[in-house]
Design a protein around this ligand. Structure first.
Ligand code: SF4
Length: 371
């Protein structure tokens, strides 16, 4: 796997031979985009922070909490040195005094080894990168970049309104770059290897299959190839893109690209695909996802706090055979309202599964209300 290539400190030697601008140009030339879901160009983000001409903080988002996503855990377990090299290169290029790695609470078992590796790399390079591992607060919303910043500053992990964006005003009102684990692991690899391929992506595949796991495949891969890798027992009818990216139908000859997914009104996120086979009714899947959102809503803003509960109530009514066709339309309208009026990324996607499910699988809802 490309992501497992170990750069063995070689990339850090480039810090002596390449200027910061040359490193930024190389990252841009190799088309590295954020691997945490949003896909923002990495060099552009770094340049935005540098342009603030102020002290900069670097924060690593290792709070991988999206259901069905387990790629960063795999990297931290299997290639932590290369990841830390990436952190060090970013620290140097951004000229940061202090870096925080915000590690998901459930990944606490990885912390000791990570801290040990940081000490070892600091000793071997005779540099003193100030990198602190912070335990995540254990809430899904803390995977959102502004909530991470609140949490690191010792406040409740609530999201903040944007703009200003973290690159303008982040930790302690200083420009802050937030990068994902996979993104930073790619940095030393793309600097060292000419054959580094920006289209190779980690897909977390799970759900109704007998061989779930992490697979590195190029964007544009056929659905039939992913199905062969994961070996479902029954015919698949849909995939949920994490919990937040929506539910879309699948056809074997589909090629997975951001364009294909957005054409189905869904969002690719971190390419965590949860397969759903034809033995499921999509209403049941939606109810499970809504239970998650109702539990994880931090309660700060009304549309998300009340809306997620109301969505769950209507889904429960439909699932129990107590709903009618009017409820389906009301549910879709409510989900759109929650998405459009909530404060942060959690609320902005809390209705996506319902909207896309009704769009693509209305017959599953109708079946429940016509029983
Ligand atoms: S959208 Fe939800 S999670 Fe985000 S601030 Fe509002 S209540 Fe909290």
């Amino acid at each position: 796997m490309q992501i497992l290539r170990k750069t063995k400190l070689e990339s850090l030697k480039l810090l002596e031979s390449m200027s910061k601008e040359e490193i930024l140009d190389k990252i841009e030339e190799k088309s590295l985009v954020g691997r945490g879901g949003a896909g923002f160009p990495t060099a552009k983000k770094w340049r935005m922070a540098i342009g603030q001409q102020d002290d900069i903080y670097l924060v690593v988002n290792a709070d991988e909490g999206e259901p069905g996503t387990f790629k960063d855990k795999f990297i931290l377990e299997n290639n932590p040195e290369t990841f830390i090299e990436g952190v060090m290169i970013a620290s140097k290029v951004l000229d940061v005094e202090k870096t925080y790695i915000y590690l998901r609470g459930e990944y606490e078992y990885l912390r000791e080894e990570l801290e040990q590796k940081i000490r070892e790399l600091n000793e071997r390079t005779q540099k003193k990168f100030d990198i602190t591992v912070v335990r995540g607060a254990g809430a899904y919303v803390c995977g959102e970049e502004t909530a991470i910043l609140s949490s690191i500053m010792g406040k409740r992990g609530n999201s903040m309104k944007k703009p200003p964006y973290p690159t303008q005003e982040g930790l302690w009102e200083k420009p802050t770059v937030v990068n994902n684990v996979e993104t930073l692991t790619c940095v030393p690899q793309l600097l060292l290897y000419d054959d580094w391929d920006p289209d190779l992506r980690l897909f977390s595949l799970s759900g109704d299959v007998t061989n779930p796991g992490l697979f590195e495949v190029p964007l544009g891969v056929k659905v039939s190839t992913l199905i062969d890798l994961t070996r479902p027992e029954n015919k698949l009818k849909a995939m949920s893109l994490g919990n937040f990216g929506g539910i879309m139908p699948i056809e074997k000859d589909y090629r997975i690209t951001p364009e294909l997914i957005s054409g189905e009104q869904c969002f690719h996120g971190t390419y965590s695909l949860i397969w759903i086979d034809e033995t499921n009714n999509i209403v049941d899947i939606c109810k499970n996802i809504s239970e998650f959102y109702t539990y994880e809503s931090c309660g700060k803003c009304t549309p998300c706090r009340e809306g997620t509960k109301k969505i769950l109530d209507i889904l429960s009514k439909i699932k129990n055979g107590e709903g009618n066709k009017k409820d389906i339309n009301e549910l879709k309208e409510l989900a759109e309202h929650v998405n459009n009026t909530s404060l942060c990324g959690l609320g902005n996607t809390a209705g996506k599964h319902v909207i896309t499910a009704i769009e693509h699988f209305r017959e599953d809802f109708v079946e429940k209300v016509e029983r």
